[in-house]
Design a protein around this ligand. Structure first.
Ligand SMILES: [Zn+2]
Length: 65
């Protein structure tokens, strides 16, 4: 039986790109509230596609009259 191991008291968040939890890092000390990605790769990737308000709503190709 593995004991419940408390890593530390560091806060955690869930990456919006890969949906994986990541732990607070020192480099995020200042921007922790704004951190959304666990890594640079995810940051480039951007948020995962989910049901969101169409940021770039595609134009409806109006059929020719
Ligand atoms: Zn990630």
């Amino acid at each position: 039986m593995a004991r419940m191991r408390r890593k530390s008291e560091l806060p955690t968040k869930v990456c919006v790109a890969c949906a994986r939890p990541f732990t607070w890092r020192k480099k995020w000390a200042r921007d922790w509230d704004e951190v959304k990605y666990c890594s640079e790769a995810c940051r480039r990737q951007g948020p995962a596609r989910t049901t969101t308000t169409g940021v770039s709503s595609p134009r409806k190709a109006s059929a020719a009259p």
